[in-house]
Design a protein around this ligand. Structure first.
Ligand code: AMP
Ligand code: GLY
Length: 421
């Protein structure tokens, strides 16, 4: 099989690494890729949100299967165009990707499916939104409806903060994404991520994870794309995962099919767990980054078979061969991230690190400059360990972090603290 992966982050490096272990992969191309990906696969350069450009590349290079990493090409309809042309693809249609692209859409689906989630109101003008926030009281959560690169959610501790957030959103702080606003009940509990593959009808769980969104030790400071992750997430016990399947995910997938927009691809459910009951925080229409890195580390070569079965609508006969393993990834980021940061800092020490099924450094924002690996993004490296216990996975990941010479970077040294305590 000739395979094309779209994307350029640590998520796509991990996908490429897993796919290459499967003998069914004859050739792998990643577009646009990064310096770490370029060391293991061919990289190509074209606009991955331009469906015509993607299809032209697929036809010219005889690609059999396309795996879409990030949300932007999904929201741009790239999966639709490929499917119309008869190309196998992992990733939902533009209509189904609304589960990530519109918070109001997801709330309406939850209502129709009876899926437990926060109580909410949906508004198109500031006065009505403020009246709702005043009536509900604080804390309360104000969300821009559309894609806002993870920044469109404000947890307001006071009604005044909620009103300011409402003014910002309707005032255009998030562009078109904030033209509509969802206001939600603040949910208590512990968050965890649940990943499933869906082929439109059937659903297969492929792992749980917990991400660390805050930049600082002890989960403090501003939100980021994620500073580290581990899998499995012990808070998502088998019993709670089963409830999430039965009460949230399967009813959602059934409702999407009923509407004529079946969901095919990775569905990532962000859950809030309180007193043993899961509620939906949000859906994403793709793998999480950095959660994908720990999932791929655990799934290895079978990840390709599972993704291929999804694209061919064969999940009813697919199964995951689980090992009793754990994985952890630690993000090394450029100083200043998630604010402004410098690019171009040199990174040394990577060549000396072990690279095997228990030790991997996935590259996120890196570039090759005069033969040296340099930082080219906010999140730069995802240092990933696997082991029989989470403590062993952590020891392996942090053992590698200590050997990386990246003076322009920082990392959190408490990834996994909830599960390790
Ligand atoms: P979202 O983009 O919807 O995942 O929101 C980003 C983060 O905000 C989530 O991961 C949660 O930590 C938090 N959050 C969002 N909605 C709620 C809610 N209704 N109650 C509590 N926390 C929330
Ligand atoms: N790590 C969170 C996300 O990928 O959305």
């Amino acid at each position: 099989m000739n395979i094309l992966i779209l994307g350029s982050g640590g998520r796509e490096h991990a996908l490429a690494w897993a796919v290459l272990q499967n003998p069914k992969c004859d050739r792998l191309v990643v577009a646009p890729g990064n310096a770490g990906i370029a060391a293991i696969a061919d990289c190509a350069s074209f606009d991955i949100c331009d469906a015509g450009a993607v299809l032209a590349f697929v036809e010219a290079e005889a690609i059999d299967f396309v795996i879409i990493g990030p949300e932007a090409p999904l929201a741009a309809g790239v999966a639709d165009r490929l499917r119309e042309a008869g190309v196998l693809v992992l990733g939902p249609s533009q209509a189904a990707a609304q589960l990530e692209a519109s918070k109001a859409f997801t709330k309406a689906i939850c209502d129709a499916a009876g899926a437990p989630t926060a109580a909410y109101g949906h508004f198109t003008d500031a006065a009505a939104a403020k009246a709702y926030a005043q009536a509900q009281g604080a804390p309360i959560v104000v969300k821009a409806d559309g894609l806002a690169a993870g920044k469109g959610v404000i947890i307001a501790e006071t009604v005044a903060e909620a009103e300011a957030a409402i003014d910002d959103m309707f005032g255009g702080a998030f562009g078109g994404a904030g033209a509509e606003v969802v206001i939600e009940e603040f949910m208590q509990g512990e968050e965890a991520s649940f990943f499933v593959l869906c082929d439109g009808v059937d659903v297969l769980p492929i792992g749980t994870a917990q991400d660390h969104k805050r930049v600082g030790q002890g989960d403090t400071g501003p939100n980021t794309g994620g500073m580290g992750a581990y899998s499995p997430a012990p808070v998502l016990t088998d019993a709670i995962a089963q409830r999430a399947m039965d009460e949230i995910i399967k009813p959602t997938v059934a409702e999407m099919a009923r509407r004529g927009t079946p969901y095919q691809g990775v569905l990532y459910a962000g859950l809030m767990i309180e007193h043993g009951a899961p509620r939906l925080v949000e859906y994403n229409a793709r793998f999480g980054d950095p959660e994908c890195q720990v999932l791929m580390m655990r799934l290895g070569a079978q990840a390709l078979d599972l993704m291929h079965a999804t694209a061919e609508a064969r999940l009813n006969t697919a199964q995951v061969n689980w090992a009793a393993d754990h994985a952890m990834t630690v993000v090394m980021a450029a100083n200043g991230y998630p604010g402004s940061y410098a690019k171009g800092a040199k990174i040394d020490g990577l060549d000396a690190l072990a690279s095997d099924s228990d030790h991997m450094v996935f590259h996120a924002g890196t570039a090759l400059k005069d033969g040296a690996i340099t930082a080219s993004g906010g999140r730069v490296l995802n240092v990933t360990g696997r082991g029989d216990t989470l403590a062993q996975a952590a020891e392996r990941a942090y053992g590698m972090v200590d050997q990386v010479d990246f003076p322009g970077g920082f990392f959190r040294n408490d990834i996994g603290w909830r599960a390790l305590n």
